[in-house]
Design a protein around this ligand. Sequence first.
Ligand code: NAP
Length: 318
Amino acid sequence: MSSGVPLTVPMPGKPYPTVGLGTFTLLGKTGASEEVANAVKVAIAEGYRHVDCAFVYGNEKAVGDAIKAKIEDGTITRNDIYITTKIWNTYHNPEHVEEALRKSLRGLQTDCVDLYLMHWPFAYKDGDNLFPQDAEGNFLFADHDYVDTWKAMEKLVGTGLTKAIGLSNFNKKQIERVLEVATVKPSNIQIEIHPYFLNEELVSFCQLNGMTVTAYAPLANPSRVLYVESEPNIFEEPILKDISAAKGKSIAQVVLRFLLQRGVVVIPKSINQARIKENKQLFDFDLTESEMQQVAGLNRNFRLFREEMAIRHKHYAF
Ligand code: NAP
């Protein structure tokens, strides 16, 4: 049956499952926390052992409650589940990095995370206002260099508050600067990757430098906030419909399997029980070389996540 895609990849601390549950839902949406807590419980019951979080998603407490419930009902132990979270842009001051992680640990109700990522390379004004703006609505930045933030993150590995550290949304030059100073190398990078945005050069560069690569928005987030009809949608692609019919698999499964076969980890988000289950059933079929090439043919350098509020920041990555 399926070959060539491992269930986990090596990481410092413990193996990193190649399929995880994404937990980003709309900030401030009513009921989002309950939805996420339920999704995490369903996912664990369905065999997921990897949850992707971030402080800025505002739902670490809900994720923590769900994990705690599944530990208490005997489904898992804490060690069975891989937890990733991310430091937000307002905590890049090296003096605030440890407290930022401690805030996340309190929400997640655990003594340490398995992976702590720097969410973006640019810093916003220090403090607990996560999107600081002036009266005219301009974003307020801070000058902290991500290299200094990285050095503070390295110390977190020493204190045992995280088992591994990594990056997210960095470009090649920025990663090179981190690698030049790192005594603890980044173990992972989380970047946007889906059929419309394969990000091939950066993936190869990171893998050559010993990082595992995680694809966020692996389904090109069909319900994204800024969705407009002219934007591409994987569920309407004839080529994906054909492969899906030929394989007896859903379009989401074809796309996720495509990414796994390209050697990246996937963290699809869903709050729907059937789709959570579907998104994990990826190990009982293979895409042929020809099918892989056809899906790769959808690539069009189409990036969804630009964090444009930071476009004037000197460390803006794109
Ligand atoms: P995504 O996983 O590509 O797409 C999620 C959307 O697809 C949801 O609206 C979901 O709706 C729908 N969906 C999921 N499975 C489906 C299926 N089998 N069939 C049809 N529709 C399906 O997008 P994402 O949430 O933006 O990205 C995934 C995760 O990556 C996030 O949750 C987050 O953990 C992480 N992320 C990180 C960054 C970063 O800056 N590092 C940025 C973006 C995302 P339902 O919930 O209704 O199923």
